[in-house]
Write a protein that binds this ligand. Structure first.
Ligand SMILES: [Zn+2]
Ligand SMILES: [Zn+2]
Length: 339
């Protein structure tokens, strides 16, 4: 197969090349279905080939569950609502957002603190319940983002367009594959590799558990006013879809809207609204300037719920060696503010 660099594929799609790659990828239809369940059957892009033009187009078969989750949110029209179901949706948003920002991002991607192997796996499981793939895929994509931030090889720069940076990037064949060269430190854990391979197991288990909980509560605690379908729709579909869109605003919006305390090579911004909904990730210009800190709100008034959560976990002895913001970073920020 003729191979083109990924960055060229983003903008140029010669028709004859696309047709050629279609032919090369034809066995990929059935494979795309299997990939819903087993990501090791990742087809062309994952077998060591560099990404091609066709790899950069959206793989609609594999995107169906993603679209289906959005449609399933319409179920709120049929299942009704209760305070209990709303509470479960909010709690699952909060717990999973913390797992994504505290662990998928600050721990797995940036190694900004330490924890036990057991707790590492517990939070990998909670993160996986977010339907944002496994921790290895997530960390590899994110390390590539920092390495190439807002350059053509960045997996999700808004310079490639809003929708591409928000959701399109991981629906392509190229976006599907885990770049193992970026994560040798994480790939040595077989339990994380397993989670990365079967990344739908945890979300499906969560959805089933919510449904069964709702059925049980309808029978034994009818005063709560909830049902199986109601807990499934609010607790799983609505909560997960909102969680997803909140998370990826950091790709699509935090590189466009906000202020720049630091002159980084990329377009990253600090945005208090995004920091609020993502538990601190909105201080994204801070983070791009110094990704090695467990804290992203550098000033006391920069709300960073994940940092407070990590501090609480450290006080309980669950995590340790939280990397602080170095004094020279604060000094540099003060210097820039004076100018
Ligand atoms: Zn960024
Ligand atoms: Zn980062």
């Amino acid at each position: 197969m003729h191979v083109q660099p990924y960055d060229q594929g983003l903008h140029l799609e010669p028709r004859d090349q696309a047709a050629h790659d279609d032919a090369a990828n034809r066995p990929g239809r059935a494979s795309a279905l299997r990939r819903w369940f087993d990501t090791s059957d990742a087809g062309d892009a994952s077998r060591g080939h560099a990404a091609s033009v066709a790899d950069d187009r959206i793989d609609w078969v594999r995107a169906l569950p993603f679209l289906g989750m959005h449609l399933a949110c319409l179920g709120v029209l049929w299942v009704g609502v209760s305070w209990f179901a709303m509470g479960v949706a909010v709690a699952l948003y909060a717990v999973r957002m913390f797992a994504i920002t505290g662990f998928y991002h600050r721990y797995f991607s940036h190694r900004t603190f330490r924890t036990s192997r057991a707790l590492q796996f517990v939070f990998a499981l909670i993160g996986a319940a977010s339907v944002q793939r496994g921790p290895l895929w997530w960390a590899a994509q994110h390390r590539n983002h920092h390495r190439h931030a807002d350059l053509p090889q960045d997996p999700h720069s808004p310079r490639h367009g809003f929708w591409r940076s928000h959701a399109g990037w991981f629906l392509t064949r190229a976006g599907f594959h885990t770049d193992w060269s970026r994560i040798p430190d994480l790939a040595r854990y077989p339990e994380l590799r397993w989670l990365d391979r079967f990344d739908t197991v945890v979300p499906v288990a969560l959805a089933v558990a919510l449904y069964l909980l709702g059925v049980a509560l309808e029978r034994w605690a009818p005063a709560l006013g909830t049902t199986g379908p109601q807990l499934l729709v609010w607790g799983f579909f609505v909560s997960t879809v909102v969680l997803f869109h909140a998370t990826v605003t950091i790709n699509s919006l935090a590189h466009r809207f906000g202020t720049r305390r630091f002159e980084t090579r990329d377009d990253s911004r600090n945005n208090g609204w995004l920091a609020l909904i993502t538990f601190g990730e909105g201080w994204h210009n801070n983070h791009h300037f110094f990704p090695g800190s467990a804290r992203q709100g550098f000033r006391w008034w920069e709300l960073d719920l994940t940092w407070y959560g990590l501090r609480a976990m450290a006080a309980l002895g669950l995590v340790h060696d939280l990397k602080p913001v170095p004094a020279w970073v604060h000094a540099h920020a003060r210097e820039r503010a004076r100018r």
